[in-house]
Design a protein around this ligand. Structure first.
Ligand code: MN
Length: 131
């Protein structure tokens, strides 16, 4: 659904800009954080409909950030997709075992990225819609 808020947690500026541009082009609202700590704080303050999170982040890894989000009633139900260059199958297994709802490999494929976002929002309970 257009207008839903999606939080991008990514330290690489090029990737962050690409994700933001794709999402805004498709009518979503976006928020951004450059490290795990800020990402967690933003998610707690304004729970988004979806979080797209890098794994290798400054200050707090994506794995640790996910653990905190899942332990917090405000963010527990927010779906989180890992967006990472760790494309080895064992890395992928580790990421899914950590409790991420989905996985998208970098470099970002625009078409697949949009499909993954739509599918996740379609099966998640509505959150973070226009207030
Ligand atoms: Mn990174």
């Amino acid at each position: 659904m257009a207008g839903e808020l999606i939080l991008i947690i990514e330290d690489n500026e090029k990737n962050r800009r690409l994700e933001r541009d794709i999402l805004q082009f498709h009518g979503y609202r976006t928020a951004e954080a450059e490290n795990g700590e800020d990402g967690v704080r933003l998610a707690q303050e304004t729970p988004p409909a979806l979080i797209l999170m890098d794994i290798q982040l400054p200050r707090m890894s994506g794995i640790e950030a996910l653990r905190i989000l899942r332990a917090d009633a405000r963010t527990r139900a927010v779906p989180v997709i890992a967006v990472t260059a760790s494309a080895m199958s064992q890395d992928r297994q580790k990421i899914m075992a950590a409790g991420f709802d989905g996985y998208h490999a970098k470099p970002i494929d625009v078409t697949q990225f949009v499909i993954a976002v739509r599918e996740m929002l379609d099966r998640a309970p509505r959150r973070g819609s226009a207030s």
